[in-house]
Design a binder for this molecule. Structure first.
Ligand SMILES: Nc1ncnc2c1ncn2[C@@H]1O[C@H](COP(=O)(O)OP(=O)(O)OP(=O)(O)O)[C@@H](O)[C@H]1O
Length: 313
């Protein structure tokens, strides 16, 4: 007899229903043409056949992923599925053994981490990676360090070009600080802020360079429901104002379903589904992965439960 299917648990966030009903989402911002940050098909990011193993441990294998300008694309999957490793490979921290990563018009076997800013890529990390002793403002400004053109000599001498650049960077940082509602804490050390605000500062540091591709590794981990709702709004606003392509790793499936245009699901390092949130939540392989069943065990009952969004406790 088939076990009763219970669509609960999404990972480390506890007994949250896996498949909440779909919520209306704003349409993706259409891709303007002619930018060197997109390929001819309008994709900002293409991952083709990417594989990575650590010794005998497969982090992920033969992953394909394409993300267009203005698209929010969630990558989900149970713990250890390979999500963070994939982002780390896309940003050049890890060297994949096979496959290619195409960012805009350029294709790489290993993405040059030192060129990320020039490629229009910014990211946040699963664990906070702020300069805790520096102010919020200086942390956000740090997101522009790679964009600095004026040499050290020009900065020390206070040449006009260096002063102009410093002013432009300060203005950009202030604008982001304002948009993220961080004005009241801009002079405070980042490490003194509550966790949810620190995650917001990290988003600000990534946004200030106006990336074409933004990779967010669990931006809402450890947040309260209110903080998650605020962060959801900030991510959506970032997409709408910048048209950036956003790759989002998130364990809260409710957030994923509300925020994403498309979803890719990994399980044990393999891509088992890609589609709209509605398509993915009805996919028997996805349901089976979250239930810990083998693919072959997923039957019509699972699909039927997914269709109705049933979440039997
Ligand atoms: N630096 C590393 N050295 C060795 N193994 C690693 C390393 N990074 C990841 N792995 C392994 O690769 C696999 C995928 O891990 P990864 O952290 O990418 O999964 P994840 O889906 O992001 O998990 P989580 O949701 O728990 O963050 C796991 O088996 C993990 O132990």
């Amino acid at each position: 007899m088939q076990p009763a299917l219970r669509l609960v648990r999404t990972g480390r966030d506890g007994n949250r229903p896996l498949l909440p009903g779909p919520a209306p989402r704003p349409a993706a911002v259409p891709a303007p043409g002619g930018s060197p940050h997109r390929d001819r098909a309008g994709r900002v990011l293409s991952v083709e056949g990417l594989s990575l193993a650590f010794g005998g441990t497969v982090a992920f294998a033969e992953i394909d992923l394409a993300v267009g300008a203005g698209e929010i694309h969630a990558v989900i999957g149970p713990n250890g599925a390979g999500k963070s490793s994939l982002i780390n490979a896309i940003t050049g921290l890890y060297a994949p053994q096979a496959g290619r990563v195409r960012i805009g018009a350029e294709s790489f076997a290993r993405v040059p981490a030192g060129r990320l800013a020039a490629l229009g890529v910014a990211r946040t990390f699963q664990n906070l990676a702020l300069f805790t002793g520096l102010s919020v403002r200086d942390n956000v400004l740090a997101g522009l360090a790679a964009a600095r053109r004026a040499g050290l000599g020009a900065q020390i001498l206070g040449l006009p070009s260096a002063r102009r650049e410093a002013r432009a960077h300060r203005d950009a940082a202030e604008a982001v600080i304002g948009r993220l509602g961080l004005g009241a804490v801009a002079d405070r050390p980042a490490g003194s802020l509550p966790y949810g605000l620190q995650k917001r500062v990290e988003l600000g540091r990534a946004l200030v360079a106006r990336p074409r591709l933004l990779l967010l590794d669990e931006p809402m981990a450890g947040m309260t429901a209110t903080e998650k709702a605020e962060m959801t709004g900030f991510i959506r606003a970032a997409r709408e104002t910048s048209g950036a392509a956003i790759v989002l790793i998130e364990h809260d499936i409710g957030v994923v379903m509300r925020l994403s245009d498309r979803v890719t699901v990994l399980d044990h390092g393999r891509r088992i589904a890609t589609g709209t949130p509605a398509e993915v939540q009805a996919d028997p392989a996805v349901i089976a992965a979250y239930l810990g069943l083998a693919d072959g065990d997923a039957d019509g009952d699972a699909a039927a439960d997914a269709d109705t969004g049933a979440a039997a406790a």
